[in-house]
Design a protein around this ligand. Structure first.
Ligand SMILES: NC(=O)c1ccc[n+]([C@@H]2O[C@H](COP(=O)([O-])OP(=O)(O)OC[C@H]3O[C@@H](n4cnc5c(N)ncnc54)[C@H](OP(=O)(O)O)[C@@H]3O)[C@@H](O)[C@H]2O)c1
Length: 278
């Protein structure tokens, strides 16, 4: 049997890094891409490549290297992503563009680059790493949710287009997971708040809530790497992949009962308001 080839973006940290290690342990040829190429794990079967998914030439180079060296690609994992946190009114539109360039357009460009080869092979899988935040929403993360929501709608439509060629496009929706994501998002909230922002007090309150929520996260990046693996290899892939029952449940509730989700969120916010004013 031919050794399978996987391309993983965002391979220098968190879930992407853990996925590189897991796929390599399981005998795959792994191409990991990230801007901080020196942080991508090394080892037998691992090929680190410098990649910035917001730059077309960088995406083209990533896929060109893989196809030149391996002449095939079985799985693309669109994992690179971050949270451009901050109030809608304050976040500069250039940063909003960067959010979409990273979380959405990068994935779209890479997918377009691998599809011709996957069609020729009559097999392939695109694994898109969204978030439970592709369905849920929280204040100060509006642009992140918008980018993940876009990724999900796009992936679902793509899946129907490419099934006829033996290709599937699937979605993983992690919930809170130990990685650099929380700190980067919190730093962006602080960075994007204007000095005279009308949202300073609100942001402090939400920031406190997020800080305590981040401290309670138990899922590890290695846990999520196993979910990526299932999404990449299940013979009959699922529509959505979750790590935990609670992640799946909260997404179900938000989709089926949007008013209930909003009411629960507003109740939590009220509680937090009381806590902050003590
Ligand atoms: N952790 C969570 O709680 C959580 C929950 C739901 C969904 N997610 C999603 O899961 C995915 C993985 O995040 P994580 O938690 O593992 O976060 P992380 O530890 O911050 O890792 C993010 C990865 O994305 C890469 N990246 C960011 N911008 C990039 C760019 N322009 N080009 C190439 N690579 C880029 C980073 O590498 P460089 O900086 O070296 O380029 C890094 O390897 C993301 O899509 C995130 O939105 C995370």
């Amino acid at each position: 049997m031919t050794t399978k080839v996987v391309a993983i973006t965002g391979a220098s940290s968190g879930m992407g890094k853990a996925a590189v290690q897991l796929f390599a342990q399981r005998g795959w040829i792994v191409y990991g891409g990230a801007r901080r190429v020196e942080k991508i794990p090394t080892g037998a079967n691992i090929h680190p490549v410098k990649l910035d998914v917001t730059i077309d030439e960088s995406n083209q180079n990533f896929i060109h290297v893989i196809l030149t060296e391996q002449h095939r690609i079985d799985v693309l994992i669109n994992n690179a992503g971050y949270g451009e946190g901050g109030p809608v009114e304050d976040v500069p539109i250039s940063n909003v563009r960067k959010q979409f360039e990273t979380n959405f357009f990068g994935a779209a460009e890479l997918t377009k680059l691998v599809l011709p080869t996957m069609r020729q092979q009559t097999s392939g899988r695109i694994v898109n790493i969204s978030s439970i935040g592709g369905d849920l929403y929280m204040p100060l993360n509006a642009y992140y949710h918008a980018s993940k929501g876009a990724l999900q709608q796009w992936s679902d439509a793509l899946d129907i287009e490419v099934q006829q060629f033996g290709i599937r496009s699937v979605i993983v929706q992690p919930g809170g997971t130990q990685s650099s994501w929380g700190k980067i998002t919190m730093d962006n909230i602080r960075k994007n708040l204007k000095p005279d922002s009308a949202y300073l007090q609100f942001a402090t309150m939400i920031g406190d809530a997020l800080d305590s929520a981040n401290g309670a996260i138990s899922a590890t990046s290695a846990d999520l790497a196993k979910v990526f693996y299932a999404a990449a290899t299940d013979v009959k892939p699922k529509h959505r992949y979750f790590h935990s029952f609670s992640d799946r449940l909260v997404v179900r509730i938000a989709r089926a009962y949007p008013r209930m989700y909003r009411a629960a969120f507003m109740a939590i916010l009220k509680h937090q308001e009381k806590k902050s004013s003590r």
